[in-house]
Design a protein around this ligand. Structure first.
Ligand SMILES: Cc1cc2nc3c(=O)[nH]c(=O)nc-3n(C[C@H](O)[C@H](O)[C@H](O)COP(=O)(O)OP(=O)(O)OC[C@H]3O[C@@H](n4cnc5c(N)ncnc54)[C@H](O)[C@@H]3O)c2cc1C
Ligand SMILES: [Zn+2]
Length: 409
């Protein structure tokens, strides 16, 4: 039997519990599905338990923004809920003159991120604070602290359960699909079940590689195409090299990846916490040689350069107008289409934020491969069965080899 719930949160680490708490307190019906038999048995209980000030992260990145606003909220929450913590501060030191330049960079970066309370310390002050530390320079970060992360998770769990959330342990989510009843999750474990949900939050932690692998495999298992992926860990022999460490989601198209310098990534799925299945599926479509699909837009897309600059000219991209022309208009430009009729259900149809093109209909990702995606990839244009095309005849659809860059592609 299929159970119906409003929201399912996958994973009861600190992130899943915080989200479950927020949803439950907003009046939503929430079930938290956790594979282990307790909360926080993975990364959330194996970390340094530091409340970071936000010193080192790239300017405008989500990490920087969340860290700086989050630490204040976290201190307030801990105080209000009896979570053990201490705002002990941190000193960052240079032990050689060379390292002083690095320290200056940190201070600059922290300032850019809105951490305005760093204070350079004299050698006397440093010696007084930490007599055992030998250094030539150092600064104090007063807003850094420490926290009991398990107590924090217990507090989140308490708030969530007090507002009606249910935590279910030994319940690994094994697969999911979009159906008429909503998002259907297949849950394994001792008592397997199927749950249909309106919303699913994937906070299952560091499993982004699994998502990437399953998205790549979907192009094989869901289609009739003559494709085989071999997953390797040795970067030196990989043709498609996926990174999760860069900002943005993009991929080189088809054999353009072969021109990328050895060792450099040919695909980025964003930081692990951003990797979603549809996006990974889309990027593997590019890796297989597919270009973008657009919904038919009468009169073409109308670009609003001022709006584009508002979105991309600031954090996190800081692009110039020329870069916006190249990376957004160039990537989305209708002249890059292959002249076939458009498939609006294709996974290769990227969402185009309304603000950028007031006459565009595409605002979110399609959930999976469309019927035409499946047929196209197995057709004679791409990877038909019974043939073994020479590398030179592999599809190369887009004229430009520039990767699409940006967080919404
Ligand atoms: C060495 C180290 C030090 C760190 N130090 C700090 C620090 O000082 N300060 C700081 O802020 N951060 C620190 N971090 C980062 C921080 O610990 C993580 O960002 C955070 O714990 C991530 O929480 P999470 O809930 O996303 O993941 P997790 O804690 O990994 O939780 C994911 C949960 O999902 C469950 N799960 C997985 N797959 C499924 C499935 N299919 N079905 C159901 N459940 C599933 C897992 O069992 C797990 O309970 C550190 C990280 C590391 C590795
Ligand atoms: Zn794309």
């Amino acid at each position: 039997m299929t159970e119906q719930v409003d929201c399912a949160v996958i994973g009861a680490g600190v992130v899943g519990l915080a989200i479950a708490r927020e949803l439950a307190m907003a009046g939503r019906e929430v079930i938290v599905l956790e594979a282990a038999d307790a909360i926080g048995t993975h990364t959330s209980s194996r970390n340094s338990e530091v409340i970071h000030a936000g010193l080192y992260y790239p300017k405008g990145s989500l990490k920087a923004r969340f860290c700086v606003t989050g630490k204040t909220l976290l201190y307030d929450y801990c105080t209000g809920h009896g979570v053990p913590h201490s705002n002990i501060g941190k000193i960052v030191v240079a032990v050689t003159d060379d390292e002083t330049a690095t320290l200056k960079n940190y201070v600059q970066k922290a300032g850019d991120n809105g951490v305005g309370d760093l204070r350079w310390l004299s050698r006397e002050e440093l010696r007084k604070l930490e007599p055992e530390v030998e250094c030539v320079a150092g600064f104090l970060s007063p807003s850094t602290g420490i926290i009991d992360s398990h107590a924090l998770m217990l507090a989140y769990q308490g708030d969530a359960e007090n507002h009606g959330a249910a935590l279910v342990f030994k319940s690994p989510v094994e697969s999911g699909a979009i159906g008429p009843e909503g998002i259907v999750l297949n849950v394994g474990g001792n008592e397997p079940m199927t749950i249909a949900c309106k919303s699913v939050v994937n906070s299952a932690g560091l499993f982004a590689q699994d998502i990437a692998r399953s998205a790549a495999m979907e192009w094989i298992t869901a289609t009739d195409a003559n494709i085989k992926f071999e997953f390797v860990t040795d970067v030196a022999i990989a043709n498609i090299r996926v990174t999760f460490a860069e900002h943005g989601r993009w991929s080189y198209v088809g054999i353009d990846a072969l021109d990328v310098p050895a060792g450099a990534p040919t695909m980025s799925l964003g930081t692990a916490d951003h990797a979603s299945w549809s996006v990974a599926l889309h990027q593997f479509g590019h890796a297989l040689g597919l270009a973008h699909e657009y919904p038919a837009v009468a009169g073409g897309l109308r670009w609003d350069m001022a709006a584009l600059m508002r979105v991309h000219g600031g954090a996190p991209n800081w692009w110039t107008e020329e870069q916006v022309r190249h990376r957004v208009i160039g990537v989305y430009g209708l002249d890059l289409m292959n002249g076939v009729s458009v498939d609006p259900d294709s996974i290769m149809r990227p969402p185009i934020p309304m603000v950028l093109a007031s006459n565009s209909a595409a605002t979110s990702w399609n959930a999976g491969l469309s019927t035409r995606d499946k047929a196209l990839i197995a057709s004679s244009l791409f990877y038909p069965r019974g043939t073994s095309p020479a590398a030179s005849s592999f599809p190369k659809l887009m004229g430009s080899s520039a990767p699409e860059v940006g967080s919404n592609q």
